[in-house]
Design a protein around this ligand. Structure first.
Ligand code: PMP
Length: 296
């Protein structure tokens, strides 16, 4: 049998089949916790510091005191990758409120639980990348910024799960979520961009979307290629009539969108701007200067 991968829980390493946490952990009971999805390419953890910063900002927003310094957290991620002898990985970093009682009061949880899982993820395969994916605008609205906004990367993903179920039932690849005013916000785990008349647009953060790290990388790459990205409200009409549309995310990377609620986007194939950005993105993830080496 293949050796089981090791999972980090609170400073100890457990084989996958024994990596368990308490049923009284408020991460499970109340979705009370934060997480990050991070990616390593060819021995370098892409944008690791940026992901760690976002994790601590999510935790700060929900007054969750992470029991490690940022540097210790980086070491925990690198050490888990080294123990599992990995160069390419999808890393899931989770910090929950910890073990409490059956009430939701976080004061009953004295010690947060820290988990690092290093595995693999394929959200959209090669066909999705070359042909584009189909989507559906879901009736499930993104929470407003004065509610459980997706700016906080919390363990409460029911909003996204419900939208994904709608997409599954309609037999399309992904869902698009609108904000409470009916403007486009993001995908279930991706940010969204459109291209119209050579200009690139993405919804503003007030749409309740996550501050995506891939989206920031893509905006910088676009600027380098001479195309500024404008943050602006995007209506469903503007999405249907875009010249190009694509999702970005750590797991998804860049995925062209070819259909929204049965409306074909342009001619139904990935457009030139999307392809240009995908090529630039595949290069930047392999640049050691863009991340932290696992084996220095
Ligand atoms: N939006 C949501 C809701 C997400 O969960 C994610 C990450 N999976 C993204 C956007 C993309 O963010 P990033 O590029 O930082 O992975």
């Amino acid at each position: 049998m293949d050796k089981e991968p090791l999972i980090y829980i609170d400073g100890e390493y457990y084989p996958k089949s024994q990596a368990k946490i308490s049923v009284f952990d408020h991460g499970l009971l109340y979705g009370d916790g934060v997480f990050e999805g991070i990616r390593a390419y060819n021995g370098v953890v892409f944008k690791l510091k940026e992901h760690i910063d976002r994790l601590y900002q999510s935790a700060h927003t929900m007054m969750l005191q992470i029991p490690l310094t940022k540097q210790q957290m980086i070491e925990a991620v690198l050490d888990t990758l080294r123990r599992n002898n990995m160069k390419d990985a999808y890393i899931r970093l989770v910090v929950t409120r910890g073990i409490g009682d059956l009430g939701l009061d976080p004061r009953k949880c004295p010690k947060p639980t820290v988990i690092v899982i290093t595995g693999a993820i394929i959200l959209h395969g090669n066909e999705a990348k070359t042909k584009g994916i189909t989507t559906l605008i879901s009736w499930v609205r993104r929470h407003p910024v004065d509610a459980t906004s997706h700016e906080i990367k919390s363990l409460n993903y029911l909003n996204s799960v419900m939208a994904k179920i709608e997409a599954n039932m309609a037999n399309v690849d992904e869902a698009v979520c609108l904000d409470k005013n009916g403007f486009v916000s993001e995908g279930v785990g991706e940010n969204l961009f459109i291209v119209k008349n050579g200009k690139i647009f993405t919804p503003p953060v007030c749409s309740g979307a996550l501050h995506g790290i891939t989206a920031q990388v893509v905006s910088k790459l676009a600027a380098k290629l001479g195309h500024e990205v404008t943050e602006s409200n995007i209506t469903p009409y503007q999405l249907f009539n875009a010249d190009e549309a694509f999702f970005t995310g750590t797991a998804a990377e860049i995925v062209p969108i070819r259909e929204v609620n049965k409306r074909q986007i342009s001619n139904g194939s990935p457009g030139p701007m999307t392809k240009k950005l995908m090529a630039a993105f595949q290069k930047v993830v392999l640049d050691p200067a863009e991340g932290v080496p696992i084996y220095p």
